[in-house]
Design a protein around this ligand. Sequence first.
Ligand code: ME8
Length: 556
Amino acid sequence: MTDSSPFYITTPIYYVNDKPHVGHCYTTLVADAVARFMRAAGRDVFFLTGTDEHAEKVVTSAAERSLTPIQWADRNAAEFQKAFAFLQCSNDDFIRTTEDRHTQRVRDYIQQLLDSDDIYLGEYEGWYDPSQEEYLTETTAREHDYKSPVTGRELIKRTEKNYFFRLSKYQDRLRKHIEQHPECVQPEARRNEVLGRLREPLQDVPVSRGSGDASGSSGASGGGGTSGGSGGASGGGWGILMPGDESHRVYVWIDALFNYLSTVDTPERQRYWPAQVHLIAKDILWFHAVIWPCMLMALGKPLPATVYSHSFWIREGRKMSKSLGNFLDLPTIEAYCRPFADGGFGIDAFRWYLLTQGPLGATDADFAHDKFVEVYNADLANGIGNAASRVSNMIAKYFEGLCPVAQGVSDVDAALGKTAQSCVERAFERATLTHADPASGFRAGVDISNAVDEYIALTAPFKLAKDPANMQTVGTILYQCAEALRIAAILMSPAMPSAMADLLGRLGQDAPDDKGRFAEPLEELCKWGRLQAGTRIVKGEALFPRWDADRPVPTP
Ligand code: ME8
């Protein structure tokens, strides 16, 4: 029976102080591929991405441009939406934390936590780094000789009144939960990191900041070596007011985390909670794996099944940073995504590189042009593209473009079917992001097309075809190939929706809808033998023309 239960997947909501870059696109793309796969599998998917808008840095970067924070937020939120649409992301909603539907609910959640005394008014004293607008733990402050680890400026001992969340109260429960549910923080290296830190006592976390005293948005106060207070520069009324105390505003991180819940906290969407996957990167692991589940416990809500925390993209071997000015930005992404005829690789190929070569594991991944070319040629031009054209050419040449019949299937022929089936199983197993190496799930389709190549090399249908007496055997071989390619195209279609819709069309198959749903569940569609003999197989242009070394690097 097909599992049609709800499957809710989220990405971080991104800061709108600047435009999106490849890192943001990557996380949303991975979520997109998973969402498409799960829709194809028959699940009731809800895929959410969006923007985090109440950060102090939005106020400052807007002021630098003589804009109001909301004007600047509007502009950049639109950039994020445009970028994700351009990359064909199939998100079901896009939440902006400045929307009423979010802010109202955040106030309700905070009120509930105030009522249950999980949030209280307290005083915080700590080492404040004015240059970075954040507090450091005693240990970090001491390690750096009470100077800012970033700028070297003196730290200040500072006290502020804040509302706090009783994180400490939930520490044991959370530790046990993570110990008992290995899938709840992935990959394993990240889970061990969290468990390690949960052995030390936790401090309560600030959830507010003084109203004329807006918080830093560094996000570091729960991450790296920092803790405690929520920062200091003036926010000029930016942020959600604390219920019952208008002298405070909700700390941007707490506001942001609630988006996962607020977006689906309606009668029509309630069934999506708890989320199956919160997809994030390692920079914001602490907030998602520790603070967020503890707040959910306090609210009496079930916990998300998995927080999947990937690593970082670097570029040509170097960290991407503002100071190096080497972010892979939207104009460059668009250049890579131009059609082949216009000097690019196409959107599908860009998605493929990101999805299959990205930092899903515990180590960073390099966006390097030479590697891009290598992967493009190996997997797409010489891989699925070449296999598709060889098979369709032979079917055109020997069978007038009509899919032949498989008869007298030998063990060698049957082995291709078995390989395809095990690739389907692998794709299913990895798509939930609860298993190690999800990228090998995305790659399952190319493994099938590689098996098709090997099978053609082994059985040599082009040689057999020289003798008319062999045509039945040739037909069997080409049926097996076309059938394997049909399954490969289905499995690769969450990663490369347009190119695989094209390939499926050439194989006489229906493409999925624009959210990735097929007319039948994936498991049915991927059953070996569904391809009908007699189906017209179309040759068409090369799906992925080979990239020669002398073609220039795509640039804006
Ligand atoms: O942290 N490689 O927003 P943010 C891969 N608003 N992914 C990267 C990346 C890189 N080099 N750089 C960024 C925030 N990312 C908060 C989140 S959620 C309730 C609030 C991706 O704009 C990655 O997903 O700084 C990372 O976690 C996220 O962008 C941080 O985005």
